[in-house]
Design a protein around this ligand. Structure first.
Ligand SMILES: *Cc1c(COP(=O)(O)O)cnc(C)c1O
Length: 380
């Protein structure tokens, strides 16, 4: 049996007639840039998330960067975010000239540790970017409490959390603004790049509409130094179709996660923990185990593709050298980076595929821990 890490083909097969008609519709209207589907999708996504406004942009990275730009965060400013996020979060901060200040994760949830935020705040801190990693919302209540008390802006990185709930409210509706990505592999993915900012702030939304479109308020009247970062009309049409299926797909991911949890209960690996008052949409289903390289190879040999999100923490990346961090600065993040393994996860995964993955993972853990013990005996 072959189990890919994600299977975008299986999803397309299931909804091909709807997708094809949506693309055809744009081709017939030929409103390729900021066409009618962009605004329709923005409205539908804002309704789904529960914000008043949504602004479609070119990518998740651009969504993060444009909000920081709109808030006039730049050189001399600091922005606090999680050490264990995808590098896009810190690249957005660096792109506007501000300094990313990292905070270690809570090992239970993989979300930013609120206690660490307080300690990282300085007179230069302007904003917090909690990341809803893997599809589980960060602990937003203490984050909001700190932000309100210290007068900081909160930008949610919701790139992995389309539809996840925190105390009954959608991730992406909890901060002053939020950034979504529609990278193809995300829970709501386009057939190319795409991103969006959700917010209740009308003035911010208006400013973002200008920034994404060459800084123009009306055609050829440029009021600010903008850029070209517009959600593509064809992608918006595709996303409108997919948004109608998202709740079902997220539910199916949850069912696969429950099946993995049950089958891996005694396997010798740590399975994801979900904090009270949150739902998890399992963008990633991540286990933690010893002997990861060997386990991953055994699974690959048996047709099972897995991933590591992410193998090198941001503060140890060459691109972050200017930040001056060193190995040992974020122990929970560093320890996790050596042990995490993401199992195949997508809505169309079948029960027998889940079983095959779990069975082989159990066996791989057994084989590698036996050979490790044997090696230790021989070495003695
Ligand atoms: C995917 C992702 C991004 C960036 O989104 P792109 O659309 O690829 O630019 C940002 N943050 C996180 C946590 C992500 O997973």
């Amino acid at each position: 049996m072959k189990v890919p890490f994600v299977d975008l083909g299986a999803q397309y097969q299931a909804i091909a007639p709807e997708i094809n008609a949506a693309i055809q519709g744009v081709l017939e209207k030929r409103d390729f840039v900021l066409g009618s589907d962009v605004e329709l999708f923005e409205n539908e996504f804002a309704d789904f998330i529960g914000t008043r406004h949504a602004v479609g942009v070119g990518s998740g990275l651009d969504a993060l960067e444009l909000v920081l730009r709109a808030w006039e965060i730049g050189p001399g400013d600091e922005v606090i975010t999680a050490a264990n996020t995808y590098i896009a979060t810190t690249l957005a901060i660096m792109a506007v000239g501000a300094r990313p200040v990292l905070v270690d994760m809570d090992p239970a949830t993989f979300n930013i540790d609120p206690a660490g935020i307080e300690a990282a705040i300085t007179a230069k801190t302007r904003a917090l970017i909690p990341v809803h990693l893997c599809g589980q919302p960060a602990d937003m209540d203490p984050i909001h409490e700190i932000a309100a008390r210290r007068n900081l802006l909160v930008l949610e990185d919701a790139a992995q959390a389309h539809g996840a709930l925190y105390r009954g409210r959608k991730a992406g509706s909890l901060g002053h603004a939020s950034a979504f990505s529609f990278y193809p592999g995300k829970n709501l993915g386009a057939y190319g790049d795409g991103g969006l900012v959700a917010t209740n702030d009308a003035a911010l939304a208006e400013r973002l509409r200008q920034l994404r479109n060459y800084g123009q308020r009306v055609k050829y009247v440029h009021t600010t130094i903008g850029t070209n970062s517009r959600l593509d009309t064809i992608q918006a049409a595709i996303l409108r179709v997919k948004l109608r299926h998202l709740d079902l797909w997220n539910t199916q991911r949850g069912e696969h996660a429950a099946q993995y949890n049950a089958l891996l209960a005694e396997a010798g690996c740590a399975v994801p923990q979900i904090a009270a008052s949150r739902t998890h949409i399992f963008h990633l289903y991540m286990v933690r185990l010893e002997n990861r390289a060997e386990v991953q190879k055994i699974l690959a040999d048996r047709g099972i593709s897995t991933g590591i999100h992410y193998p090198i923490p941001i503060h140890l990346q060459e691109a972050s050298a200017s930040l001056g961090y060193r190995k040992g600065d974020f122990p929970a993040t560093e320890k996790a980076a050596e042990r995490i393994l993401s199992l195949p996860m997508y809505a169309e995964l079948t029960a027998s595929q889940c079983e095959y993955v779990a069975e082989n993972l159990r066996e791989a853990i057994r084989i590698t821990s036996d050979s490790r013990k044997q090696g230790a005996t021989l070495a003695r």
